[in-house]
Design a protein around this ligand. Structure first.
Ligand SMILES: [Zn+2]
Length: 138
């Protein structure tokens, strides 16, 4: 990859991505196909995470009860556990990149079908979490 290729990849906008999705989507143009493809890729993402633990072993999942018995939301936030031990290996990370990319493709396709700009949805969400901060309670 040359330097220009890298810059183009880093500088792609969400709107450009969404337009490109519209240009290439042929087979799964029906909203029924798009919605079921979104479901499929949600399952594939979850499966890839689980296989990282059960097949590869680069991560382990140790779920326990979360501790909400704290004085402030800040303290609760700082003591929440993601229940993951370890880090994804490059191979598992690559698989998740592919699955998440496909998910984003079909999410963009759904947005195109319903005349919604993904960038507007992201911006609205960003404004909400920026305004509410820790009180967004997500
Ligand atoms: Zn792995």
């Amino acid at each position: 990859m040359d330097r220009n290729t890298i810059n183009i990849e880093k500088d792609i906008s969400i709107d450009e991505f969404q337009a490109q999705v519209d240009d290439v989507l042929i087979r799964h143009r029906s909203i029924l196909d798009i919605i079921t493809k979104l479901d499929e890729y949600t399952a594939r993402i979850n499966r890839a995470v689980i296989k990282s633990a059960t097949y590869c072993g680069c991560i382990e999942i140790h779920a326990t009860k979360q501790d909400y018995n704290r004085d402030s939301l800040e303290e609760i936030k700082n003591n929440m556990d993601d229940h993951i031990k370890g880090k994804l290996c490059p191979s598992c990370k690559e698989i998740l990149h592919e699955e998440m990319g496909a998910y984003i493709f079909y999410l963009s396709a759904l947005a195109n079908t319903l005349d919604i700009k993904v960038s507007d949805a992201i911006l609205n969400e960003y404004k909400n979490i920026k305004t509410l901060g820790i009180f967004s309670l997500k």
